[in-house]
Design a protein around this ligand. Structure first.
Ligand SMILES: Nc1ncnc2c1ncn2[C@@H]1O[C@H](COP(=O)(O)OP(=O)(O)OP(=O)(O)O)[C@@H](O)[C@H]1O
Length: 796
């Protein structure tokens, strides 16, 4: 029977394993999102709450963020009468949110290495602002009313140590300026702070800024003063934000200097610290742009000194001319020299054709890897990549990657929240916020870009969910992802697949539960230990190749470790017959295999369940056995009552006297343990499953032969009957089940020990009351055992 489990149950089972997956913290990218969440009343589960929403006047615009356990005022208006009246455009002063102050303090006082990443962060913000404008303008064309190109321009003044970064993006209104710069509302920065703290605790270097980025505030890595002058197409006015590295306040005012007005977008001016003025060299900036922002899809221009050569006449010495004996009346051929004329101009510094639009034959592996690392902020090369174009019904271009490490902090693979797939429509970035629309959740670890010409530019979430085009795209993307993973599996480098399996094996197993349609692609990717390969994982293909010529099934046993799997009595006959058995030791393995049912037409068979056919059925022998052992089977069944469904002669044992086998449709010992641990099985279903077990006896074993004789000569013999009880309890334990009453089992073992010792030494000591000992260990624990699920999970 295949067990149908709810998502909650699967999630719980996944958590039973070594790696615990937890729900990711809410990821909010900007303050406006916070406001939306607050408006939706969706703040309960988030790491913050908004106590009162912003209003136009900053005096009343007070937001309180609950970060961790400290509740801090986001903005505190400090304007004084003197300040507001001192200029035409009043300067309003604000205090940073406490988190920002902490971050600024860290940036200014602790982070000295890798400072150059400030440029990457600021260019990335400019590029986001351009993306946002392009996206919004699809539905609000008036946003583009100021006809300026969509680009980023960086100018330097090396003498004064000033860098200016200007974009023609969406800009910020006054309120947005106040909301966005001065508070931390996005998860990247919060994660950075947390990681920084952890790395410091661990004594590691604090060079984490490159991995996480701290967005806008990284400007203070190099600047002592930052000016942000910004003009939103939704506002008539331009505003200026000013902050200093050693101050806990910042100010906002209107831009009144006509020379400084821009039609749209944002201009950041960085006044560099004395020691960092070297960043204002035009060549250095050019090098950094090439290094960090090569794959930004908007043109980045840098202000560069250029030169062109020209010929200029040289004034001749008149005496020299007469020396040559030239006739003064003949026209003189004038002498010239080549000089270089210097001038300053904008120079395009990045490659603007997106890498996915290029011909795959012309892109090198290094370029793919660089694009991956820059786009997804990764430090390691991916394990594999695939660049392809699909044609026909739906056309799109894509580059997909398999990361070489699992995300930091582990994600919830059941409900992943990733920004791993960036969707473009006709090169316009649309979204990276997907929830299973382009990839099934179990493949959410795949990263990449997808660019389609067939989708409308104003594609909304609803359109995505309903779209036939998206459905076709998803099918193709999934197929490509599988080809890519299979490519790693088939490569000569086994380490790569081991790495993949370690990081994403659970995802593949989850796919076996979730995606019936792709079972054929998922199954060859699975890996297990086996009775013949305890150290190295094997594939199902390797198992099938190793099968005996007449072997029909793929045998497996589910257990909690390789060690306990290899010692289970269920293996005995299979080992003797040299049949390989897969060891399913991850909690999710058994459910995954049960969902697959078969591989290459070979059924998966659980060797701990009834009706195990090892291909040696002999009816004659069975009849004989029935005659010889039929009576003992009935006798044992009578003694065990409802604890078992039946007692049978076993064909799977050689060394053990007996074993407790699960019913064909019942829970294996492993499943029963999981169900109990997760309190997913209520007491009645546990009792039912237990009552379906079969007690199998090994007719060759001396204990069974002795009992067989006892049953024929004296079936009421108390000692023989108690031996049956002990045999049953012991078989439960060795078969992987938890004994119903461990204390009672202990009592029975002591009793047997006493009997054996008495027989050996010819005496019984101290009037030892065997039955009393057994009973003394019995009572309360029975209760505790039954009550346990209800206490922890409310089920009984
Ligand atoms: N050049 C810009 N144009 C328009 N808005 C900007 C610009 N730079 C920053 N912002 C606004 O300021 C906010 C905060 O920027 P910051 O870089 O600190 O974080 P972020 O960009 O949201 O997150 P991350 O840097 O992790 O992507 C942005 O979300 C954006 O709304």
């Amino acid at each position: 029977m295949m067990h149908r489990l709810s998502r909650r149950s699967i999630s719980a089972i996944l958590q039973t394993g070594a790696g615990r997956y937890r729900n990711g913290a809410a990821s909010v990218s900007c303050c406006s999102c916070l406001d939306k969440l607050a408006a939706n009343g969706d703040v309960g589960a988030r790491p913050y709450s908004i106590l009162s929403t912003g209003q136009t006047s900053p005096t009343k615009s007070i937001k309180a963020f609950n970060l961790g356990n400290e509740s801090v005022l986001g903005l505190r208006y400090q304007s004084t009468a003197a300040e507001s009246s001192s200029s035409e455009s009043p300067v309003e002063k604000y205090e940073y949110q406490a988190e920002v102050s902490r971050l600024m303090d860290l940036i200014v006082n602790s982070l000295y290495s890798n400072k150059e990443v400030f440029l990457r962060e600021l260019i990335s913000n400019a590029s986001d602002a351009l993306d946002k404008l392009r996206f919004l303008s699809v539905t609000e064309s008036e946003l583009l009313k100021d006809a300026v190109d969509l680009d980023i321009r960086i100018q330097t003044d090396k003498d004064n140590g000033i860098i200016t970064i200007t974009d023609s993006g969406i800009g910020m209104t006054r309120q947005e300026l106040v909301d966005c710069l001065g508070t931390i509302a996005q998860s990247g920065t919060a994660k950075f702070l947390k990681a920084l703290k952890e790395s410091k605790d661990a004594g590691a270097d604090s060079n984490l800024i490159g991995q996480f980025g701290v967005g806008f505030y990284s400007a203070f890595l190099v600047a002592e003063r930052v000016e942000v002058s910004t003009k939103s197409p939704r506002s008539d006015k331009q505003y200026v934000w000013e902050g200093e590295s050693n101050s806990s306040t910042y100010s906002v005012r209107e831009e009144t200097d006509p020379a400084k007005l821009i039609p749209r977008g944002t201009r950041l001016t960085l006044y560099l610290k004395h020691d960092d003025k070297g960043f204002a060299h035009p060549e250095r900036i050019q090098k950094l742009v090439k290094n960090y922002s090569q794959f930004v899809s908007f043109p980045i221009y840098t202000w560069q000194e250029k030169g062109y050569t020209k010929e200029v006449e040289v004034d001749e010495d008149p005496s020299e001319a007469t020396k040559d004996g030239q006739d003064e009346t003949t026209e003189k051929k004038k002498k010239t020299k080549t000089i270089v004329e210097k001038y300053w101009d904008w120079e395009l510094t990045n490659e603007t054709q997106p890498i996915w639009l290029r011909n795959p034959k012309e892109v090198t592996k290094e370029e793919y890897n660089e694009f991956y690392k820059k786009t997804f902020n990764e430090y390691l090369d991916p394990l594999a990549s695939s660049h392809f174009t699909t044609e026909g019904e739906v056309e799109f271009r894509s580059i997909l990657y398999v990361p070489s490490v699992a995300p930091m902090g582990k994600e919830d693979i059941i409900n992943p929240k990733t920004k791993n797939i960036r969707l473009y429509v006709k090169r316009v970035f649309i979204s990276d916020d997907f929830d299973g629309e382009l990839f099934p959740r179990y493949l959410s670890f795949i990263k990449g870009v997808v660019d389609s010409n067939d989708l409308p530019l104003n594609v909304s979430r609803e359109i995505l969910q309903e779209s036939r085009i998206i459905r076709i795209m998803k099918k193709r993307l999934v197929r490509k992802a599988f080809e890519m993973i299979q490519g790693i599996a088939l490569s000569d480098n086994r380490d790569d697949y081991d790495k993949f399996w370690e990081n994403f094996g659970k995802h593949i197993k989850l796919g076996c539960l979730d995606d019936k349609e792709n079972h054929k692609r998922l199954a060859p990717l699975l890996r297990f230990f086996s009775s013949q390969s305890e150290e190295e994982l094997i594939s199902l293909d390797e198992y099938v190749e190793n099968m005996k010529p007449d072997q029909k099934n793929i045998y497996y046993i589910a257990s909690d470790s390789v060690k306990s799997a290899k010692n289970t009595p269920f293996l005995e006959k299979l080992i003797e017959k040299d049949l390989e058995v897969l060891f399913l030791v991850d909690p999710i393995d058994e459910i995954a295999i049960q969902n697959l049912k078969s591989y290459k037409e070979k059924d998966f068979v659980d060797i701990s369940k009834e009706d195990l056919d090892l291909g040696e059925k002999n009816e004659e022998k069975e009849k004989e056995m029935k005659q010889e052992f039929g009576q003992i089977c009935d006798w044992i069944k009578k003694r065990l009552g409802d604890k078992v469904a039946s007692v049978q002669v076993s064909n799977r044992l050689s060394a053990s006297p007996c074993v407790l086998v699960s019913g064909k449709f019942g829970w294996s010992a492993n499943m029963e343990r999981l169900m109990k641990a997760q309190t997913m099985g209520d007491a009645s279903s546990l009792d039912f499953m237990r009552s379906r077990r079969i007690f199998e006896i090994n007719p060759q074993h001396p204990i069974i032969q002795t009992l067989n004789a006892a049953c024929k000569s004296n079936p009421d013999d108390e000692e023989a009957l108690r031996a049956i009880d002990l045999l049953f309890d012991t078989a439960s334990v060795s078969s992987g089940f938890t004994p119903e009453n461990p204390a009672q089992l202990g009592g029975r073992i002591y009793e047997m020990m006493n009997l054996a010792l008495s027989a050996k030494l010819g005496t019984s000591f101290g009037g030892f009351d065997q039955q009393a000992t057994a009973q003394a260990h019995a009572p309360e624990t029975v209760e505790a055992e039954i009550v346990e699920p209800a206490e922890s999970g409310g089920q009984k």
